[in-house]
Design a protein around this ligand. Structure first.
Ligand SMILES: [Zn+2]
Length: 413
């Protein structure tokens, strides 16, 4: 029997000197806390969260959400595993366990635009001190174990932070005027062995921790997040409080104490600030409900992850964009050339020639930013004046049938 999970906590800290004009730059160290208490059928005490001090904001997303999935873009993202090995040769995870974890991870992201692949070069870290990793004393020792263009997953036998055992933790994205070395340093997810793989033990916290941590890596907060204010049950402040995601209902902080044993039904009696009773999503991967209840992300969480990925991670992590073609009938492809690398020229490509078309660039708030005409096999437009962000490109054939046109999306870095 797994030796109990008492809580997941957030340990968040701010890095000084990492600020840009648009977003306050913060790092979140997100921990899944494992207590020493044995998990019982009656539930366990919820340990307090660690220090909560984070500021990873992504407000423009509220506006982007409705439009960001205009294109059916898919991203294939390689994960680079680093497995700590004790001096006696015991590995914190076998290749088989890693493969199982990957399979499980992809099943949780099935509805998302992300597919994760395993970088075949799984590395070993032979260091008996890191085998049972203590975040306060060991983090700096792990910094050399990063590959800058990968999502780095470091698996230790056990993890602990501030004296508490944890299942895993991840960092929020960093942006702005930050050195590449710092970006690499926090380009990592840490996992404890017992939480990495599936287990046949009922209630074992093994299936979704990696998915939860990658949720943080792609900018998701816990559904019970309150650092920017408590989300109201009526949802009226959902875009500026709580987890900033509007289709995750207000969450009073789920846990064993307010969830029916084994049935994943919220039975708490908390009221929000307006006196309304909560009706939280017990199945949400980003909640603290009993881990066997956590099964899914919501559509808006997926959109937030995609938007955070394109704005913060795409530049950092080598990945394959599987499809950037629009669903329209002009068969055109648009990219900031070469997307996703930084560039100032929007390139519209149509092998065989695009008929003379009107191109309309629309920003995240739905406003038209500019229009221009495009024609031919390849049209390039200078977009250096556009602020970084996600834009929709609407193409409409001039002088053709009125329904001829399509909508594409591009990212300006
Ligand atoms: Zn978390």
């Amino acid at each position: 029997m797994f030796n109990g999970l008492t809580d997941w906590g957030s340990l968040l800290f701010t890095q000084k000197n990492m600020r840009n004009k648009i977003f306050t730059i913060l790092l979140g160290l997100i921990a899944v806390l494992i207590g020493t208490t044995r998990l019982s059928a009656q539930g366990v005490d919820i340990a307090p969260c660690g220090e909560v001090d984070h500021e990873f904001e992504f407000k423009p997303l509220d506006l982007v959400q409705a439009r960001v999935r205009v294109l059916d873009t898919e991203y294939e993202i390689p994960l680079k595993f680093w497995v700590v090995e004790s001096s006696s040769g015991t590995k914190a995870a076998s290749l088989e366990e890693i493969n199982t974890a990957m399979e499980s991870l992809n099943s949780y992201f099935e509805e998302s635009p992300f597919t994760f692949t395993l970088d075949p070069n799984v590395e070993r870290i032979t260091d008996s001190e890191l085998f049972n990793y203590n975040h306060q004393t060991d983090f700096s020792k792990t910094v050399e174990y990063r590959q800058s263009d990968r999502v780095n997953i470091i698996v230790a036998n056990t993890l602990s932070s501030s004296g508490k055992a944890v299942c895993g933790f991840a960092f929020f994205p960093i942006s702005g005027d930050v050195s590449d070395a710092d970006k690499d340093k926090y380009n990592s997810v840490f996992m404890a062995r017992s939480c990495l793989v599936n287990s046949s033990t009922p209630g074992s916290p093994t299936k979704n921790t990696l998915a939860h941590e990658l949720g943080h890596y792609f900018g998701l907060f816990h559904t019970h997040e309150t650092s920017k204010g408590k989300e109201l049950v009526n949802g009226s402040n959902c875009s500026e409080a709580g987890d900033f995601v509007c289709d995750t209902p207000a969450d009073p902080k789920l846990g064993y104490a307010n969830t029916s044993n084994g049935q994943c039904i919220y039975n708490g009696e908390d009221l929000d600030e307006l006196g309304q009773a909560y009706n939280p999503d017990v199945n949400n991967i980003m909640s603290y409900s009993p881990y066997w209840c956590r099964k899914s992300f919501t559509p808006n969480q997926l959109e937030r992850m995609e938007a955070v990925f394109t704005q913060y991670r795409a530049e950092q992590v080598s990945h394959v964009v599987k499809r950037i073609l629009g669903s329209g009938n002009l068969g055109t492809e648009a990219r900031v050339s070469p997307n996703p690398v930084v560039g100032n020229r929007l390139r519209i490509v149509k092998p065989g020639g695009l008929p003379r078309s009107l191109a309309q660039v629309i920003d995240a708030s739905g406003h038209e930013v500019c229009t221009f005409e495009a024609e031919g096999n390849s049209h390039e437009e200078d977009i250096s004046y556009l602020a970084p962000g996600i834009y929709v490109l609407r193409l409409k054939r001039l002088g053709g049938f009125s329904e001829e046109g399509e909508i594409l999306r591009f990212v300006k870095k």
